[in-house]
Design a protein around this ligand. Structure first.
Ligand code: AHR
Length: 672
């Protein structure tokens, strides 16, 4: 009865719209403002972080020295050496035992020293301070030694390659940490760091370990901190959740090479490195010098989550080595009776994040500088897993975690594919196990994003919820890069994520970061070089959603159906949220057509106490060229623009024209 009255009301409203012309009437979007609405989760929209494309070492992690502890397979990878430099392996850090000995080169006119190439060079900026640090001891007859360090530009016509230098007196035969801060007089993207033993005589020498160079100015000023410009770009996305440390690196090509979070905490000098699987996984983009220093480790991930206001979401190995790379017949995985240490890692991780300072792992967190718990709520177990091997392992984790930490929400996997037999079987298994959320991944072609904005409309409302943990539009026919059309399609598809706020509780575009000289996978949301950051069109789509996520989703329909680009919907996609804190209705509309569309947005059943203001704020993302992209040289080619339509709203209706190939966010405020 109420429904039929409501429908009659809509009919009346739509008939009264003929004044706006056929197009507006054809594209009449009706918002039922009388509904309570579905709560929007705080965890929408999120970030997926993985050390791929030099996202951590060489990227977000601000360290500028590569192979700082001489622990790569080739201890001198990333270094040039001159004179008498040898590698020793009885250093002060048991899990990183290598260091270098600098000694007399055989003649006082020779030199002894070494030079680090950084990550595709070392980027420094004019007027900015950099902290050089090193663990050192004298190894010769003398108690004191002098070393110099220099920032150099090797390809210069200047008299001196060094443009900045500092000195450190090593004054003990015992290992000690030394530091010196220098200020760069120039901006240089590809400097090198040279270190010399200053005074040369046969009885002199010095040992150096963990040679490091950091900008003093990091995100929030942490010493072992993050590159400020990249971190700020991520913070400006206002993420609701931060998933780390991957991706495939969680699993490992072999179990030995999986990400082991315990190796990533404690003093940074003693965190053992791991070869990064993105070093070799795509031999067509080979990066033999790609290792994980774990300088950006779990403590730093938790801290960053806290500082950007995102829920931390660690993912841990479930005892399965990467299933893409391993034939189960070769027995690469942990068997069920070998799972204990993996499960213990999960339990200890929760204690590390949430335990008080009196617990074993809580104490380590407190000693690292965070006595308060990190308030971990979510844990992913396994990344892209499949076959019966996964549920039979996951259940072991679930029982142990729920026994000890019943409040932790567990995220299971639906495998690497967006549909199909494995996907269906995994979802069935996840329902049976009653996980809290299921991680879905879809790196998909244009047509998937165009046709699936209703993907979640029919999902069961009971049982596990969805974490759309990795997705991105991958253009076909050579368009697999960050161009505008891909972002527009993502925007259209995301109306369906927003509409289904009771099913999709988290969503994160992937991958997040890429160094322009070191990428293995694209598209990616944010690109950078040693000095600059570039936000892609996909970044702006994510930001427009995250900064306008509202508090409740309301029904919005066209011809009685959700607006999901279906037949008769003129390639339009739309969703609406209300923000009760800001007194706003926020309507998102994507027009995939090459023609502009007149649309009418009509508010029905508006609570009597609410009065909508006539002015409408309109933010659009558009490019005349679907293949256009932002670049490091021109990072602002395609950015959102905002305008205000003074008397946009009349009689609770807003009629406007959305341009071709445009994503628009309309904000209407109300008083009550
Ligand atoms: O995001 C890149 C990779 O894609 C992730 O590591 C993995 O989970 C997926 O296959």
């Amino acid at each position: 009865m109420i429904n039929s009255l409501f429908n009659r009301f809509i009919l009346t409203v739509s008939l009264s719209f003929t004044a706006f012309g056929t197009a507006a009437q054809d594209n009449l979007m009706v918002i039922d403002a009388g509904k309570k609405g579905i709560p929007v989760q705080e965890t929408m929209y999120g970030l997926f972080f993985e050390d791929i494309n030099y996202a951590a070492d060489g990227g977000l992690y601000a360290e500028k020295v590569k192979n700082r502890s001489f622990e790569f397979d080739d201890p001198f990878m990333g270094w040039n050496i001159f004179g008498n430099v040898t590698v020793c392996d009885d250093g002060p850090f048991e899990r990183n035992p290598h260091y270098v000995r600098l000694a007399y080169p055989g003649h006082p006119a020779f030199v002894t020293g070494l030079e680090n190439e950084g990550f595709f060079g070392i980027g420094v900026e004019e007027g900015k301070a950099y902290r050089f640090s090193v663990w050192a001891r004298t190894s010769g007859a003398k108690e004191k030694e002098m070393i110099s360090f220099r920032l150099c530009k090797n390809a210069t016509m200047g008299e001196d390659q060094a443009f900045c230098r500092g000195y450190i007196e090593v004054d003990s035969r015992e290992w000690k940490k030394y530091e010196a801060v220098i200020t760069s007089p120039v901006t240089e993207a590809k400097a090198s760091l040279r270190i010399f033993l200053e005074h040369l005589s046969p009885d002199q020498g010095v040992d150096l370990e963990h040679i490091s160079l950091f900008p003093v100015e990091t995100f929030n000023g942490h010493e072992n901190g993050l590159r400020k410009d990249i971190a700020e770009a991520l913070q400006q996305l206002k993420p609701g959740v931060f998933r780390f440390p991957g991706g495939c690196i969680v699993e490992g090509t072999t179990l030995e090479t999986r990400y082991q979070w315990k190796n990533s905490v404690g003093p940074v000098e003693n965190r053992p490195i791991n070869m990064n699987r993105w070093n070799y996984t795509f031999p067509n983009r080979l990066y033999p010098d790609y290792f994980q220093s774990y300088g950006l480790g779990f403590y730093e991930y938790f801290l960053f989550s806290e500082e950007i206001g995102a829920e931390p979401l660690p993912v841990i190995s479930c005892g399965l080595a990467c299933q893409f790379q391993n034939d189960p017949a070769t027995d690469p995985h942990a068997s069920l009776d070998e799972l204990d240490p993996y499960v213990q890692d999960a339990l200890d991780l929760i204690e590390f994040a949430n335990g008080d300072a009196g617990t074993k792992w809580g104490k380590i967190r407190a000693e690292m500088g965070h006595p308060e718990p990190f308030n971990l709520k979510y844990l992913g177990v396994g990344n892209e897993q499949w076959s019966e091997l996964y549920p039979e392992r996951l259940v072991v984790f679930m029982e142990a975690i729920r026994r000890q930490y019943p409040d932790i929400k567990i995220i299971g996997s639906s495998g690497p594919y967006r549909d199909g037999k494995d996907f269906d079987e995994l979802w069935a298994a996840m329902r049976e196990l009653d996980v809290d959320l299921v991680d879905e991944h879809y790196y998909a072609e244009e047509s998937f994003f165009e046709n699936n904005a209703d993907r979640y409309d029919g999902y069961p409302r009971k049982g596990p919820k969805v974490f759309a943990g990795e997705y991105a539009c991958h253009g076909v026919d050579g368009k697999k890069w960050n161009h505008f059309n891909a972002a527009l399609l993502e925007a259209a598809f995301m109306t369906g994520l927003e509409r289904n706020a009771d099913v999709v509780l988290m969503a994160s575009y992937a991958p997040l970061l890429a160094h322009v000289e070191g990428w293995q996978w694209r598209p990616d949301m944010v690109w950078f070089d040693n000095l600059h950051v570039m936000r892609t069109c996909s970044y702006y789509v994510q930001q427009l959603y995250a900064c306008n996520k509202g508090t409740k989703v309301l029904p919005l329909t066209m011809n009685g159906r959700p607006v999901a680009g279906k037949e008769g919907q003129n390639q339009l996609y739309a969703s609406v949220v209300k923000d009760s804190a800001k007194n706003e209705y926020i309507v998102k509309v994507a027009n995939l057509s090459s023609d502009s569309r007149e649309i009418s947005i009509c508010f029905t059943r508006l609570p009597r106490r609410q009065k909508l203001a006539p002015e409408v704020c309109c933010t659009t993302l558009h490019s005349d060229n679907s293949l256009a992209e932002n670049t490091l040289d021109k990072p602002d080619q395609i950015v959102p623009t905002t305008s205000h339509i003074a008397d946009g709203l009349k009689d609770n209706n807003f009629t406007t024209v959305i341009g071709p190939k445009t994503f628009a966010v309309y904000k209407l405020t109300y008083s009550e």
